[in-house]
Design a protein around this ligand. Sequence first.
Ligand code: FAD
Length: 437
Amino acid sequence: MHSIEELAGQHFDAVIVGGGINGAGLARDLALRAHTAGHPLRILLLEKRFWGAGTSGKNSHLIHGGLRYLKYLDFRLVSEALRERALLLEMAPNTVRPLKFELTTNGLFDQLFYGAGIVLYDLLAGKHRIGKSTYLGEHLAYWDAASDSAALVIDNVRDARHYGATCISGRGVKRLSADAVELDNGIRVKAGCVIDARGPWMGGAEMRLVRGSHIVLPRLYAGDHAIAHFNSDGRIIFFIPWGDLEPVTLIGTTDVDHAETPDKVEISWSETEYLRSIAEQLFPASAQMPTVGCFSSLRPLLAVVGKSASATSREHQIGFRADGVLEIKGGKYTTYRSMAEEAANLVCTKIAPDDSLSTIFPTRTTPFAVPTKRPQTIEARIAWAKTEEGCPDLEAFMTCSTNWAWQKRWTPEDLAPIAAAFGGGAEAFLDLHSPCE
Ligand SMILES: Cc1cc2nc3c(=O)[nH]c(=O)nc-3n(C[C@H](O)[C@H](O)[C@H](O)COP(=O)(O)OP(=O)(O)OC[C@H]3O[C@@H](n4cnc5c(N)ncnc54)[C@H](O)[C@@H]3O)c2cc1C
């Protein structure tokens, strides 16, 4: 792997800025195309923190068509996401798994309305349906999938490296132009094509930043299904069985316009109250339970005047901007592979105009080449994070390599051995991730 200093003055065919799912997915697509076609490409992926440290590691962890988008008649987005759901279940079986959802209903109208929604959802999935739905009665149910979302980002990075890409985390980019990037330490790298995959950090007047927060409570119910609750305000709140260390429930999400910098994203008191009150309505005993953890992240949505945050489309936009940089904006985690494919086509038309690379789509059929099944014990997981993932510190380990930061109320004693394995103390981490009450 290149060190940062070695990058100075070098030329890459494609430089991708941002190591969330969109940047990592694109790096893997380009590297795999180059490998498949026998057409060497120099690809560089740069991430300022660690892989999946942005929205891609702090979302609802669902690989889903999005039942709720049917309400907005967004059939194209739902169909595409359902197709991608099937593909990811096949290509990444260690990180993406089927998950049954039960719906809460309140009266006959709800049962008929949501039952019809599930029928439509399954019709749109067609041959990509997973599991058996229940369309009638009080106990409506359908199937979607869940992932470990930062892990899938990391797997994309590892696979991109496997096929020859250079992927460097811990270093931000200060300036981007059509043919070069400047790192925050002043080093300049030349590029055939520069891709902006900075997600919420991309800026621009047409981007609307919407914060989504989750809280984690102890496990609220028996069974390993999730619950989809359509709240009276029209929002959908998921209850997802979670936790490798202790059984907990992931509950989210909110939709609140975010006026601050993308570097400061925290759950507000009213978001915590909102999620806790819905939990209490469904599971009264939760009122006595402590919050185990919470996390927030930003949706970089395409702004549409007059639309609420929830109703704003999750459609993506990929194209060259006036400054010649290719940008990947909006979209859903679930559709990252097809977004990467669309972006890679545009990159290839610029850097390989003979069509040798823009007419092949190997990510549709190629499972991950690197091992993706994580070990279970804490010691083995730390070793895996260091060697397989290049995990640099406790923060990256607890939030990206694992989701452990939010799965347990950590004490200094619990955390000390893990912190020591990364060569530091636990205090700074505990200050940053104190449970949100
Ligand atoms: C609360 C919430 C829940 C969601 N749940 C789901 C879900 O369940 N299923 C689903 O399909 N979608 C979901 N989404 C949407 C999905 O998570 C996002 O669309 C997706 O993760 C966006 O990925 P990204 O790579 O564009 O952005 P990010 O993951 O934010 O990646 C951008 C990266 O760029 C890096 N970066 C920024 N500036 C620089 C710089 N100057 N130099 C280098 N690197 C830089 C950042 O550190 C970051 O890692 C959810 C979104 C939210 C907010």
